[in-house]
Design a protein around this ligand. Structure first.
Ligand code: GAR
Length: 219
């Protein structure tokens, strides 16, 4: 049967293990209502680009140019705004040309402004490696999230998939899964366990949920 699928762009910055989980879930049939139409990385050296290449998915690099400094040595805010707008414009061009209807941030660690997020209300989903509202928002990404959870001393952490809006990690929650912290955990050990036990399961499930809903609305 040739059912319509929601064209989905996946944005990455690094290893791309969550992208791999999506690719695998598409192959195994866990994801039935979405297809990855493009992978965009904000870093040319992201290993996730190789994963996309191996899976035969069109992939692109869009890097944000470095902000120049003002005479006092601080980043020039105006220049930063221009470069952010340019960065986002290039991403939007790729999204449009690839026909993407939905965007997944799978370890995409660059900032997207409100100008960008308001173009796609409830059409951007993000995976965050904690139970939101703990250890989230500005400055909490990657290993830093697990460092913060361990230094606070929580006994349970996890992962959250949520819609992206103008508030960092503040959009509506789609799915969450808890992961227990164990004696002797380091940020690296915890990061791996949260990925294995929660992220790689949750992100494909969330993409399937959202894309199925989108298709039902369009009939
Ligand atoms: C993942 O743990 C993801 O949850 C996290 O970055 C890692 C990317 O790994 N994202 C954030 O911290 C977003 N705030 P991956 O490149 O192997 O998927």
């Amino acid at each position: 049967m040739n059912e319509r699928k929601i064209k989905t762009a996946v944005l990455i910055s690094g290893g791309g293990t969550n992208l791999q989980a999506l690719i695998d879930a598409q192959k195994s049939g866990i994801i039935k209502h979405a297809e990855i139409c493009a992978v965009i990385s904000n870093r040319a050296d992201a290993y996730g680009l190789e994963r996309a290449e191996k899976a035969g998915i069109p992939h692109y690099v869009v890097e944000k140019e470095k902000t120049v400094k003002d005479p006092s040595g601080k980043p020039d805010e105006n220049d930063s705004r221009i470069k952010q707008a340019d960065f986002e414009r290039k991403i939007v061009e790729i999204l449009k040309s690839s026909g993407a209807e939905l965007i997944v941030l799978a370890g995409f660690l660059a900032i997207l402004s409100e100008d960008f997020t308001r173009l796609y209300p409830e059409r951007i989903i993000n995976i965050h490696p904690s139970l939101i509202p703990s250890f989230c928002g500005k400055g909490y990404y990657g290993l830093k999230v697990h460092e913060a959870a361990l230094s606070y001393g929580v006994k349970v952490t996890g992962a959250t998939v949520h819609f992206v809006n103008e508030i960092p990690d503040g959009g509506k929650i789609i799915l969450q899964k808890a992961v227990y912290i164990k004696e002797g955990d380091t940020p690296e050990i915890l990061q791996k366990r949260v990925m294995e036990e929660a992220e790689w399961e949750l992100l494909p499930k969330a993409l399937e949920l959202v894309s199925e809903k989108m298709l039902k609305k369009s009939v």
